[in-house]
Design a protein around this ligand. Structure first.
Ligand code: NI
Length: 449
């Protein structure tokens, strides 16, 4: 297990840190084992002394947070990890621990944000694994499977993910673990919280008594700071320049191969707006993915053919834009198959991607889609171009939710994309981002299946 920034000097904490990686998520489900409170107090004393010597040691702060969590002081643990993250946002284990802690408190939105931010900082199979558990807890089967596959793409022999995927009826071809053989019981090493609760672990560093979290929900605080000193300010309504946009994108410090972005356009085709958009994409020489309505495709078949001919991908957004969760399975499949058949007829290619109208989905809808061999596709950054009419507000909105590898949602029946892309696209290009279709994105992220 890779422990970054861990030196011999820190070896005494290695065990604690290792335990913290996974186990915080898992221990909540583990069979309670007796815990010796004096053990926690002894470790706490060691860490406290270490902090006296170097109060900004993020590895020590991380371990201290784990001790608090083990002592059933989750809120204090969260404050410690946030404090540590403010010191060094690149210490990847913090994202696992913080995300799992937030999840345990039912703060799933915040947990998602933390995991995704962690993945933007560094690809980590452990974060993918924890993200998968979160998706699965929320009944998001497809996303859960996708995260497990991403986990195994990075670490093919990671047993918990292999087992979880197998339990879900999936199989990851690269793994070398025999699926039918004896899989050893994975020892998480983590101790459950002690029953007595407060063990007298007093706050010993700034930040513990703060009531306002450093990383709030998406709506309140936007994306966390990634690079030290790269403060972000998103949400003002004044015009946004390309260079300001570049600054916002550059706050994510990622390898060039991870600089990917997928533009998606829903609800078309539209007789003039989609055509103008295709002209723009051709000028910029970038591909995109269009989730079209069958009823509109039937009306504008030449636009569907042009979308396909110019190298873009086409996805299925149903025939009449009905909410799939309110339809019977039979009606939902009829909407989707009718659209799929038309697209196949117009383009000669079967359409493997389905985006549910309004984003209305649940586990039944997801299973229905995957049962047909299709992929259920949502989005990460919503431009809200149907609602926000000013291009700079749309750009800021996208930037607020943007992260490397994200899927951005626009609608080609509104003009917002045409107005805001001339700011977004040059900024992303300047930052070395590569525009890809959804299928290309899936392939580059090594999503199997
Ligand atoms: Ni739609």
């Amino acid at each position: 297990m890779a422990i970054t920034r861990l030196t011999i000097r820190h070896s005494i904490y290695a065990v604690v840190i290792c335990m913290g990686l996974l186990s915080f998520t898992e221990f909540l489900h583990a069979t309670p084992q007796p815990v010796d409170p004096s053990e926690i107090l002894n470790e706490y004393e060691i860490l406290r002394k270490q902090l006296e010597v170097s109060k900004n040691d993020v590895a020590v702060l991380n371990s201290l947070g784990i001790l608090y969590a083990r002592a059933d002081r989750i809120n204090d643990a969260i404050l410690i990890w946030k404090h540590a993250m403010a010191i060094d946002p690149r210490y990847i284990h913090l994202y696992n621990n913080l995300g799992s802690a937030l999840k345990s408190l039912g703060k799933t939105e915040e947990a998602f944000l933390i995991y995704k931010t962690g993945l933007a900082v560094s690809p980590s199979h452990l974060i993918h694994y924890n993200l998968a558990l979160l998706h699965l807890d929320l009944g998001q089967h497809i996303e859960g499977v996708r995260s497990l596959q991403q986990c195994l793409a990075l670490q093919p022999d990671f047993e918990p993910a292999v087992r979880k995927l197998r339990d879900l009826g999936h199989y990851f071809p690269q793994t070398t673990i025999p699926l039918n053989g004896n899989i050893k019981t994975y020892s998480m090493g983590y101790k459950p919280p002690v029953e007595t609760g407060n063990l007298g672990l007093m706050p010993i560093f700034p930040g513990t008594n703060e009531s306002s979290p450093a990383y709030g929900g998406r709506e309140n605080s936007g994306l966390p700071r990634i690079k030290p000193g790269k403060e972000i300010s998103i949400g003002e309504e004044n015009p946004i320049s390309i260079s300001e946009c570049i600054n916002l994108i550059e706050r994510f410090d990622v390898e060039s191969e991870s600089r990917l972005v997928a533009l998606t356009f829903d609800d078309g085709p539209h007789p003039t707006l989609t055509t103008r958009l295709l002209d723009y994409l051709r000028t910029e020489n970038i591909p995109a993915t269009f989730f079209v309505l069958g009823s509109r495709a039937e009306t504008y078949p030449h636009i569907i053919a042009r979308i396909s001919d110019e190298g873009h991908e086409i996805g299925n957004h149903t025939w009449n834009h009905k909410s799939l969760t309110r339809l019977s399975a039979e009606s939902a499949l009829a909407e989707l198959h009718k659209t799929d058949d038309l697209i196949t007829m117009l383009t000669g290619k079967s359409c493997k991607l389905v985006r549910p109208p309004y984003g209305h989905t649940n586990s039944s809808t997801q299973q229905l889609i995957s049962s047909q061999g299709w992929h259920h596709i949502m989005w990460d950054a919503d431009s809200r171009d149907w609602q926000l009419k000013d291009s700079h507000r749309i750009v800021r909105r996208v930037m607020k939710e943007f992260f490397p590898g994200c899927i951005i949602l626009f609608h080609d029946i509104h003009s917002g994309a045409l107005q805001s892309l001339p700011t977004l696209v040059p900024a992303l290009k300047k930052c070395g981002y590569r525009f890809v279709t959804i299928s290309q994105l899936a392939q580059m992220l090594n999503i199997a299946g």
